[in-house]
Write a protein that binds this ligand. Structure first.
Ligand code: URA
Length: 235
């Protein structure tokens, strides 16, 4: 038997005081019944513990999807600017880090976790995980530009970019959807520059099986759903 608050700490990586607060707020259930007392005893492996409807286990791994706003840096710490981890204050979890980076002026989907193995799988160059961006530019996009982006372009690296998917943005001449399977430095901006346009706005819409959707406000985060975790192979 262990105390409920200790179990919640161990399962989520949160601090004991965060666990107590969570339990007292009524978010934690044991066998589907809310339990409000942090020192209640539970039987590990027998009692089903959940927080906000999510089953807790003792791996301590957490997965958050953040709608990153522009102006925030994708680092864990920064002396001057607000970081994506600052936006996750209050989210249970130890040793969180962003999976890959978005530029300071880029918005959109960013996964934060403490699961290094998952991050490695998503970022490994050989895996070619798809990332889709909504891109706005300083001039109209032409079919020729889309064709060149789709083939792969020379952006000054040793090798040209891998073939990408590129499509017009409906009703916006100065825009496109671009799907990449690599993560080079400033890749979208450099690819557009190579075909004669400058990026004026950039937003990541998806990464592998994860999509941002329309309901998560900018600057907010949510837990991955059980289905999303299954899609990523972590549940
Ligand atoms: N490509 C870029 O140029 N910037 C980003 O933030 C992401 C992809």
């Amino acid at each position: 038997m262990i105390r409920l608050d200790k179990f919640v700490c161990d399962a989520t990586g949160c601090s004991r005081s965060q666990a107590k607060r969570l339990i007292k707020s009524g978010c934690v259930t044991v066998n589907q019944t809310p339990v409000f007392t942090p020192d209640s005893k539970i039987k590990e492996g027998e009692d089903a513990v959940a927080a906000d409807g999510r089953t807790l286990n003792l791996t301590g791994k957490v997965y958050y999807l953040l709608h990153k706003p522009a102006g925030v840096v994708s680092a864990s710490r920064d002396a001057i600017s607000e970081t994506v981890l600052d936006l996750l204050k209050g989210a249970p979890g130890r040793d969180l880090f962003p999976v890959g980076r978005l530029d300071k002026d880029t918005e959109g989907l960013l996964l934060l976790t403490n699961d290094g193995a998952l991050a490695h799988r998503l970022l490994a160059p050989g895996r070619h995980v798809e990332k889709t961006y909504l891109v706005r530019t300083d001039r109209p996009i032409t079919q020729e530009m889309l064709d060149r982006l789709a083939q792969g372009v020379d952006i000054g690296d040793e090798t040209p970019t891998r073939p990408a998917k590129a499509a017009f943005l409906p009703d916006e001449p100065n825009g496109l959807y671009l799907t990449l399977t690599e993560g080079r430095y400033h890749q979208v901006k450099r690819m557009l520059h190579a075909v004669g346009a400058e990026v004026t706005y950039l937003k990541r819409l998806s990464m592998g099986p994860l999509t941002l959707g329309d309901t998560l406000p900018k600057g907010s985060w949510r837990n991955l759903t059980e289905q999303e975790k299954r899609d990523l192979g972590v549940s």
